[in-house]
Design a protein around this ligand. Structure first.
Ligand code: SF4
Length: 381
């Protein structure tokens, strides 16, 4: 087995078994904090010498107890996050941080607080107007609440020095993951959609310093690998999360390479670094949020620039089309779909919209749509 295969397998194992990974950290005497999606400033957790642990629902999970708290029209990410809390899957975490970025996450935060009172709970409200000075100050005040609570849980102050170090670690992690996304696009014969997802997903369950070390090695090996002409088609994925092994396998089996993405779980989370030249690290974190863009969850006072962003992604990555993974009952993504459709139509870029949720077990319709889309892209090439 080549070293590249070894590394890819290592990432896959971690992505498949987050609980095992969590238990390893706990056995080392570390505390871990659950971070619900998204825009949680994980740097604060890292600076508190705890492990930030990403929680994005549970692909293939079943919702039972959470039904008591949610109407059926809430997305499965929120419902499964609560289900995990209720079922004990999150046991071992020393607390959770939940943001209220959408109309589903807002009730989720309160339901989780009531339903799972044993978890110290850190509520995080981001401002609609994130860029003006008052928006930056609001974000700082929210982050300060989280910092205070983390200090209480960790029993120690989070110094500016440790936060600046955490910012460096996270900026490096984001840069290395962005480079991996490029290299995965250049080497689809090595980094299949499932392996690509495993590398990015595993970052949610590892200390970023450890993830970066492994990923830098993988990137170096990929950089040295000769480029091979890709005979299949190339796509950009867009949506909230695409980590279902069955869906990724369908994409793989139809010879579609993911050459770039606009997934919240993947590239949206690593687009913007924290400015390292800002003296106040809390302000630096708030400035990072202020600089976020092209996201269905963020208020855009001007025109919606996301379609143009995705069109450019397609052009830059020389993709043949876009696969839009539409999470059921995700209002932000559904509301923005018409503008995305218009942008792609005007640019003459083929796309397909696949309805999905995290409880999905029947993939027949998705398989047929992706197969037909793959045929269309092959004919267009
Ligand atoms: S953004 Fe969409 S998928 Fe994410 S929590 Fe909100 S409704 Fe659910």
């Amino acid at each position: 087995m080549s070293r590249i295969e070894e590394l890819l397998n290592q990432f896959s194992e971690i992505a498949k078994s987050p609980k095992k990974q969590l238990n390893q950290y706990l056995a080392q005497g570390k505390k871990a904090i659950g971070c619900f999606p998204y825009y949680v400033p994980e740097e604060l957790v890292y600076a508190a010498d705890m492990v930030p642990f990403g929680i994005w629902g549970q692909t293939g999970g079943t919702i039972n107890q959470a039904k008591e708290y949610f109407a059926a029209f809430y997305c499965t990410i929120a419902q499964l996050n609560l289900e995990m809390g209720l079922k004990g899957t999150l046991d071992g975490l020393s607390g959770v941080i939940a943001s209220s970025m959408c109309d589903t996450l807002r009730p989720f935060t309160q339901n989780f607080r009531v339903a799972c009172p044993d978890f110290p709970f850190m509520f995080l409200a981001h401002p609609q107007n994130r860029r003006p000075e008052y928006g930056v100050e609001f974000t700082m005040a929210q982050y300060k609440n989280v910092k205070d609570k983390l200090e209480e849980i960790g029993g120690a102050e989070i110094s500016d020095e440790s936060l600046k170090n955490a910012i460096k670690v996270y900026n490096e992690s984001r840069a290395v993951r962005r480079r991996f996304v490029e290299l995965a696009g250049e080497h689809p014969e090595i980094v299949t959609p499932k392996k690509r997802n495993a590398v990015l997903k595993s970052a949610y369950f590892m200390l970023k310093s450890e993830h970066t070390e492994l990923l830098k090695e993988l990137n170096e090996l990929l950089e040295k690998s000769p480029k091979v002409e890709w005979k299949g088609t190339k796509i950009v994925t867009s949506g909230i999360v695409l980590d279902s092994p069955s869906l990724l396998e369908i994409i793989e089996n139809n010879n579609m390479a993911i050459v770039a993405d606009d997934m919240a779980h993947e590239s949206r989370a690593i687009r913007v670094d924290v400015p390292e030249d800002e003296e106040n690290p809390m302000k630096a974190l708030a400035l990072q949020f202020a600089a976020q863009d092209y996201d269905t969850l963020l208020y855009d006072p001007e025109i919606n620039k996301r379609p143009e962003y995705i069109v450019n992604k397609v052009k830059e990555s020389k993709a043949d089309g876009v696969v839009i993974m539409m999470m059921q009952f995700c209002d932000p993504e559904e509301i923005e779909f018409p503008s995305l459709k218009k942008g792609l139509d005007e640019a003459g870029i083929p796309y397909v919209k696949i309805g999905m949720d995290q409880q999905m077990t029947n993939f027949g319709q998705a398989r047929t749509s992706l197969q037909a889309f793959s045929d269309v892209l092959s004919v267009n090439k």
